[in-house]
Design a protein around this ligand. Structure first.
Ligand code: URA
Length: 220
């Protein structure tokens, strides 16, 4: 089947309001409140060095949620996730999947920029977890795509390597999760873009319902 066919199928589901039917009112308001809390959050030490907390971008009823690691310098300045170089690549990946930029929901496991973009520490991840947990509860994405090892390990509660995780289906509750490479890694290692694209094609097929992920796939 062609990419155009897949795109039409996803669009059709959206037009039929499938998501809106099963979602109560007020989700956007709740996400808005969450965003205000995140902006001013002081739950961990990172608030001392960051400019502002960075919550999310995208639609409240997005069928697909991308979860990255942490805001970088540009995200910290603008207050929006994935707006730097890695974000531009993520946008290209989304468009290549036949999706509109605003029909996905994009966030991070931690909402404040770590100094010098160091990897988030476990206590920072734990302090920030309730925000991500609530975002998933509210958005109820049909599929989650985790970007890179810290995001994948956090959502899947494991310590596996990207070699073990990438391109395989896992679950968060009853939501299928597909880990793939972080776009910042792909900028450093462009040879891996091919593998990432294989992963994203699985997400497109799953979203379209053509090849749904196996039930309770890869549950640990
Ligand atoms: N990298 C991330 O993981 N998240 C961002 O928001 C930007 C870069």
């Amino acid at each position: 089947m062609s990419e155009a066919w897949l795109r039409r199928r996803i669009e059709l589901e959206r037009m039929m309001g499938v998501d809106a039917l099963i979602r109560g009112p007020g989700v956007e308001d709740e996400l808005g409140e969450l965003e205000q809390q995140v902006k001013q959050c002081t739950r961990c030490r990172l608030h001392e060095t960051r400019t502002q907390g960075v919550c999310a971008r995208g639609r409240a009823d997005a069928p697909l949620m991308f979860i990255g690691e942490a805001p970088g310098a540009e995200e910290d300045r603008q207050g929006v996730p994935f707006v730097g170089r890695a974000g531009k690549l993520l946008d290209q990946m989304i468009i290549a999947m036949g999706l509109e930029l605003d029909e996905v929901y994009i966030t991070n496991i931690i909402k404040s920029r770590p100094p010098q973009n160091r990897e988030p520490r476990s206590d920072e991840i734990e302090a920030c977890w309730p925000y991500l947990e609530r975002q998933i509860e509210l958005v109820q994405p049909r599929i989650i795509c985790t970007l890179g090892r810290p995001a994948s390990n956090t959502v899947l509660r494991n310590k596996s390597s990207m070699g073990e995780l990438r391109g395989r289906w896992f679950s968060y509750g009853d939501i299928p999760v597909l880990p793939t490479y972080h776009p910042a890694y792909l900028l450093r290692s462009p040879a891996q873009k091919k593998s990432a694209w294989e992963d994203l094609k699985k997400v497109v097929l799953a979203l379209s319902g053509v090849q749904p992920p196996p039930p309770a796939a890869g549950l640990f």
